[in-house]
Design a binder for this molecule. Structure first.
Ligand code: SF4
Ligand code: SF4
Length: 370
């Protein structure tokens, strides 16, 4: 499908994509974490661009971040220090995991880009005071963006931005629902390209393309699939090879609990109320990531519900090496799944990992076993 090819091509060459985006957006603001308030950045006329590691060898970042930091933050720092992110005008760091916070300190001290923000969102997300604090932080970030853009962000600007992001998010949800209903309707690698593209491409273009893809797929009837249904869980998945590997082993991804998947795009921002309140409420209602707190069982219940709703045969935990929040979360999530009799396995990955052979054998064994 031509529209999917646009996503595939866009994510292959991020610097070229960025230079094209610069023709229509004043500035590009990078972010690493799904708690970055993209709607505000977009409403300021800037382009929010999620940063992924180019997976180059770590050389320059070695002097700043130890090997026990996750490969995402080490890789992105390497890209910055070696000039591969020179298209950035600024970066925003939401207050989340330790690795991102340390990266933020180094980033600020290096001062490579004109704009820099730490957005210190609350850690607990289930109290009235957290909501008031969250709104304050978002309002302060809005003022900072206005200063950087030399303009006022009106409620109309915000509402337009919110409706674009709502459209993108609801269509990504529809794609996931279609994939769960008709496994294999989309190749895993195409699903990965679309979701990643939606985090880096011009959002107006994404909002134009996604409905066309959904409309075409809704008219498609793929043959019935006998593939094993898998839910992925973890932080980020920037390894398209995993999807292909699972498919070759006779499985298909039918849902995920990933920071680069459903956790990033789920939840609608209400369009009939004060926009800052509505943005804050989405963050408070969305399933938390393990670097935040809500209640002691919410993530366990969520992974079980995801597996049940998607009739999953199994759950694969994809842990990025040295990702502490997810490593601490894993035993508790596993216990929830084990108690429900839902088969699961853990794989550890690294952005710099080249040899996926051993992983492939382990995945194949798991798929045959479930
Ligand atoms: S997993 Fe949590 S802390 Fe890590 S990038 Fe995603 S939202 Fe941020
Ligand atoms: S992968 Fe883990 S450690 Fe790395 S940025 Fe995301 S949450 Fe933080």
């Amino acid at each position: 499908m031509e529209e999917i090819k646009i996503f595939r091509d866009a994510i292959k060459d991020i610097p070229t994509l960025a230079s094209n985006i610069k023709k229509s957006h004043e500035k590009i603001v990078g972010y690493l974490c799904s708690y970055a308030p993209e709607e505000l950045i977009y409403a300021a006329g800037f382009h929010p661009m999620r940063l992924f590691s180019s997976k180059s060898d770590i050389i320059l970042a070695e002097d700043h971040l130890q090997t026990y930091c996750c490969s995402l933050v080490r890789g992105v720092l390497e890209d910055s220090l070696s000039g591969r992110l020179d298209f950035l005008d600024g970066t925003v760091f939401p207050h989340t995991c330790d690795s991102i916070q340390r990266l933020s300190d180094i980033w600020r001290m290096k001062g490579k880009y004109d704009l820099f923000w730490d957005v210190v969102l609350p850690v607990k997300l289930n109290t009235q005071s957290a909501k008031i604090y969250m709104k304050d932080v978002l309002n302060r970030f809005k003022t900072d963006l206005e200063r950087a853009a030399g303009t006022t962000i009106t409620d109309d600007d915000l509402n337009r931005s919110i409706s674009t992001f709502n459209l993108i998010r609801s269509h990504l949800s529809k794609l996931y629902q279609l994939q769960s209903r008709n496994p294999g309707i989309l190749k895993g690698e195409d699903l990965y390209s679309i979701v990643k593209g939606a985090m880096v491409m011009d959002r107006d273009e994404v909002a134009r393309l996604l409905p066309l893809i959904v409309e075409t797929l809704e008219k498609t009837s793929p043959p019935e699939s006998r593939a094993k249904r898998i839910v992925l869980s973890g932080s980020i998945c920037d390894s398209p090879g995993i999807y292909a590997m699972l498919e070759t082993s006779g499985a298909v991804i039918v849902g995920d609990d990933l920071c680069t998947g459903q956790r990033w795009f789920e939840g609608r921002i209400l369009e009939n109320k004060d926009p800052i309140t509505a943005i804050a409420e989405r963050y408070m209602d969305r399933i938390v990531c393990p670097a935040k707190h809500m209640n002691p069982v919410v993530r366990g219940e969520n992974i079980v519900a995801l597996a049940r709703e998607n009739k999953a045969d199994g759950v694969v935990f994809m842990l990025l090496k040295f990702c502490d929040p997810h490593a601490f979360d894993y035993p508790y999530l596993k216990e929830f799944l084990d108690n429900e009799g839902i088969k699961n396995m853990l794989i550890e990955m690294d952005d710099q990992q080249e040899n996926l052979g051993q992983l492939s054998t382990r995945l194949e064994t798991f798929i045959h076993m479930i």
